[in-house]
Design a protein around this ligand. Structure first.
Ligand code: ATP
Length: 315
């Protein structure tokens, strides 16, 4: 990943009548990143995505894409962005291939190259055999796959995906995930907007969380997790390989910051400690004192825990 800024969002505000969808939002992400934009329903994610894909104009603020103001070179900007909206934007009465050929003409892709790209993408998404079928006969997951193919047809420099796994079965989600990783490996910067936390954890290193139109945080998932862990005064540490034995148990129980030692079975223990500052100390103690230890695992917060804690509402 480079340190060149791919997207620079400066002080963006947007209202729809009396609803303020975005309030002075600013953040950047870099070329080569798979960046996650998270937020509960109505947080302003789609509005922000529509602004940076030039579909919507902000009331205030500016966006630069690879150094260029998006209001100045709109045509060029649109050519380097691929946008996969949350709702399918396909002609229902046209076939999958006809839809994609139509999109290719909008992107000025010449016919031979369009045919090659369409064949490659439809095969990748297991949709080649359905190429002549009309969209209206597709399931929502099948249509969503064509929607994704449409967004990446012109091999964009920045791909913006709004809830891309909507309606997809587990196998198709995996295909989409692998594809995002593959195009990112080949140089495409990705902005992923979703509230499906596990998909973000799997592919994004950094995220921004917005709520009620405002930026709550922007950080790496690793930093967010360690900050969340620091907030906890009670931490559970799962230890496997600690052989059941009265001496072991007594040794641990004498330490004042160890609150509880529970054995799940003969080898697996759950140790509860007071204070996150003792985690490293406990790990060291366990490894030095008990030669049988096989694994030590801390109940790390998930991105979902962090999301709920930062936005204070269950999505
Ligand atoms: P979700 O996860 O539910 O899709 P979101 O984070 O994408 O939500 P937005 O769709 O950006 O949120 O909406 C932010 C706020 O702006 C909401 O209160 C929404 O009702 C409002 N809003 C968005 N678009 C319009 C519009 N065209 N007209 C009026 N209000 C709108």
């Amino acid at each position: 990943m480079s340190n060149t800024i791919a997207v620079e969002i400066n002080n963006i505000s947007k209202s729809f009548g009396s609803i303020q969808a975005l309030k002075e939002v600013s953040f950047n992400f870099n070329q080569g990143e798979i960046f996650g934009l998270l937020g509960p329903n109505g947080a302003g994610k789609t509005t922000l995505v529509r602004i940076l894909t030039t579909i919507l104009k902000p009331d205030k603020g500016s966006v630069k894409l690879f150094g260029n103001d998006i209001t100045k070179k709109r045509k060029e900007i649109r050519e380097i962005i691929g946008y996969v909206p949350a709702s399918v934007i396909l002609y229902q009465h046209l076939s999958a291939k006809e839809n994609l050929m139509h999109a290719a003409s909008l992107y000025n892709i010449e016919k031979k190259r369009a045919n090659q790209r369409i064949e490659m993408l439809l095969k990748k998404f297991d949709m080649w055999e359905w190429r002549h079928e009309k969209i209206k006969n597709f399931s929502s997951g099948m249509a969503q796959k064509i929607n994704i193919c449409r967004g990446i047809l012109h091999d964009p420099k920045l791909l913006v995906l709004d809830e891309p796994t909507n309606g997809l079965d587990p196998k198709s989600r995996q295909v989409v995930r692998d594809f995002i990783l593959e195009i990112n490996e080949n140089g495409t910067t990705v902005l992923l907007t979703t509230h499906v936390m596990w998909s973000v954890e799997e592919i994004c290193k950094r995220v921004a969380i917005i709520d009620k139109g405002q930026l709550i945080t922007i950080d790496s998932i690793l930093n967010l997790k360690s900050a969340e862990l620091k907030k906890k005064d009670e931490i559970k540490v799962f230890v496997s390989g600690l052989i059941e034995n009265k001496d072991n148990y007594n040794k641990l129980k004498t330490i004042n910051w160890i609150q509880d030692v529970q054995h799940e079975d003969k080898k697996n223990y759950v140790i509860t400690i007071n204070g996150n500052d003792k985690v490293k100390e406990l790990q060291q103690l366990l490894l030095e004192t008990f030669s049988t230890i096989e694994n030590i695992r801390i109940n790390e917060p998930t991105l979902e825990d962090i999301f709920i804690s930062l936005t204070k509402r269950v999505n």
